[in-house]
Design a protein around this ligand. Structure first.
Ligand code: ATP
Ligand code: MG
Length: 230
């Protein structure tokens, strides 16, 4: 479904991604792991089109995305939940969700019921300002806001970062249920146990290149020690 080939991305003079190859098959959860600053977010931003690569190709369902704007990529079925969530702090929860629907180019006055199936807590928060929510509530809102666009591929950047354990469980359950609906997921995650439980395949990035990949069930403790622990 997603096929990244020899992707090179730089910020000005500093090259960050140095020829990344990565694939996400339909219906799979793929976890991209790696220490701070190796280029994980840079990769997701390149997939949604917020960064323009120096070279390389990104195919989504066999179509080359490179010339497409971020909003076109979103309409083609790519949903992006950014690191740090980027909720609109002065808009209500309901307005944040309706903006997701507006992005889909549809009439927007009602929040789809599926949102509350996945994240029941949001129902009681509809009129609260986004900025007044806890980190965990914001993360649920950020995922819900993208889900209303009905993505086929979900890009999730560190959904557990700074979030309390009970809410991590809610988010994990939601990701499992999203996967069951056939959505493919590219998950950037440093919380290993979470990634281990959810992902079918893993990639490990170091300094802008993929240094290891495989099936998550074969990911060894040794490999984790070598590449991922600080
Ligand atoms: N807008 C920018 N301009 C210049 N350099 C940047 C910019 N954004 C990120 N970088 C640098 O690019 C490198 C990769 O950053 P990126 O955010 O992709 O890493 P990451 O793997 O997502 O890290 P983290 O785990 O901390 O989120 C880092 O060295 C970072 O300092
Ligand atoms: Mg990051």
């Amino acid at each position: 479904m997603l096929n990244i080939h020899q992707l090179k991305v730089a910020y000005g003079q500093s090259t960050i991604l140095r020829g990344v190859d990565l694939e996400v098959n339909t219906g799979h959860v793929v976890c991209l792991m790696g220490r701070n600053g190796v280029g994980k977010t840079t990769l997701l931003k390149s997939v949604i089109g917020l960064l323009v690569p120096q070279s390389g190709k990104i195919f989504f369902n066999d179509e080359d995305l490179i010339q497409r704007r971020p909003d076109e990529r979103a309409r083609q079925g790519i949903g992006y939940v950014p690191q740090g969530r980027e909720i609109f702090p002065h808009l209500s929860v309901r307005e944040n969700l309706l903006l997701g629907l507006a992005a889909r180019g549809e009439a927007f006055d009602t929040v789809p019921a599926e949102v509350y199936d996945l994240f029941p807590a949001l129902k009681d928060l509809l009129h609260r300002k986004g900025g007044d929510l806890s980190g965990g509530q914001q993360q649920q809102l950020a995922i819900a806001r993208v889900l209303v666009t009905k993505p086929k591929l979900l890009l999730l950047d560190e959904p557990t970062e700074g979030i309390q354990p009970s809410i991590i469980d809610v988010i994990e359950d939601a990701i499992v249920r999203i996967k069951q609906t056939g959505v493919s997921i590219l998950l950037v995650e440093q919380y290993l146990q979470f990634a281990w439980r959810l992902a079918d395949e893993y990639y490990v990035m170091e300094k802008g290149t993929i240094i290891s990949k495989g099936s998550t069930k074969d990911l060894s403790e040794e490999e984790v020690q070598q590449h991922l622990t600080v």
